[in-house]
Design a protein around this ligand. Sequence first.
Ligand SMILES: *Cc1c(COP(=O)(O)O)cnc(C)c1O
Length: 403
Amino acid sequence: MSASHVQRADFDQVMVPNYAPAAFIPVRGEGSRVWDQSGRELIDFAGGIAVNTLGHAHPALVKALTEQAGQLWHISNVFTNEPALRLAHKLVDATFADRVFFCNSGAEANEAALKLARRYACEEFGEDKYEIIAALNSFHGRTLFTVNVGGQPKYSDGFGPKIAGITHIPYNDLDALKAAISDKTCAVILEPVQGEGGVLPAQQAYLEGARELCNQHNALLIFDEVQTGMGRSGHLYAYQHYGVTPDILSSAKSLGGGFPIGAMLTTDAIAKHLAVGTHGTTYGGNPLACAVGEAVIDIVNTPEVLAGVNAKSEQFRSRLLAIGQATGLFSEVRGLGLLLGCVLSDAWKGKAKAVLDAAAAEGVMVLQASPDVVRFAPSLVVEDADIDEGLKRFERAVRQLTA
Ligand SMILES: *Cc1c(COP(=O)(O)O)cnc(C)c1O
C-alpha cells in the first residue's frame, strides 16, 4: 500500500501505542469546520485541545507562516531573530512580565518555570529551599519533572523513582496550602482553571490566598496558563481575570494557534537567575513559530475578540445547560470564557468518552476532561452559525445517547 493511501489501521501498525485516536482521519480544516478522508464535514469544538485559537487555516496565520517560510526557518539560539524579539515585546507589553523564554510546548514551558524556581531559591536562599507544591488533579505536562509535579498518579506512576520534594494538596483548599507551605517551599504551581482535571476554575479567594502565602514564605507563585492563556478566559491570560499576578507564567497551546510554541514569562529579578548556559532548547524562539505567535496575539489581544469570547461563552453556556437539563446528562456547566466543561450527572459519571464518540458520529468534535466532564475548547472566533449548528448536532447526539 502506497504512503498516500494510509488509513486509521496503519496507526496500530506503525505508531507507538500511547494514543487511541478516533476512527476517522481529519485531512483539512477551515475556520471551525474539519473534513475527514471520506469528505465528511465536522464542526470543531475541540480546537486541537485548546490550541487552534483562531480555528483552522486562518488567513492571517497562513500569511504569517508562509511569509516567514520564505525568509528564515531556523537559526538557533547562537543568534537571535526578529520574530522572536517582536513576539517577546508583545508578550511583555501585554502582561506583568519583563522577560520571556521561548520553547516548544507546555511541558517545556513548565519545565523551565520549575527549574527557574528551584535555581532562584537555591541562589537567593540556599540549597534547602527546593520543595514544590502543586494541586491534586493538576496537569503540567509529560516530561518526568512536570508529570511528577502534576497531581495525577495515573500519569506519573510506573516510571521508577519520583522526583523528590513535591507535595500535592487538594485544589481550592486554602487551609491545605497553608498547612503544606513552609520556608522550604520554592514554588507553588497552579492552573487558574484546572483543564485536564475537569475544567475546574479556581476560587477568587484561593488564588488571592495563595499569593499571600507565597509572599510570606518567599516562594514563587507559578501560574500554568498553558490551557487558559491567549484569550481563552476572555482576558489575554486568566490571571488578569482574577487580578492575581504570578511570578512566573507558562504559556503554550493557543499561543501558536496550532504551530508548536511555548513560552515562560517572568520578571527581571527572577529571570536573571537563568544566566548564560543554565538552560536552553534548540528550537526555542524558532522564527516560524514566533511569526505565527505574533499574528495570534495581534488578533486575540483586541477588545473585539476578547469581548467576543465572553459573548460566545454565554451562547455555549445557556444552550448547553438547556441540553443537559432536558436530557439529564449534566446539570452543571463550568469554566471560563471558551474553556467550558459539562459535569456529567451521577448516572453518566465516567462516560465522557461515550459522549465524545456520540458527538463525533453526529458531526461535532468535543473533548473530555477526566472521564466525568465533557469539555468545549473551540476557536475564539467560532462563527455564530457554527455554534448554532454544532450545538444542534451535539444535542442530537446527547438525545440519542440518553434515549
Ligand atoms: C496541555 C497542558 C500542558 C502540557 O502541554 P504540552 O504542550 O502537551 O506539553 C501543561 N499544562 C497544562 C495546564 C495543559 O493544559
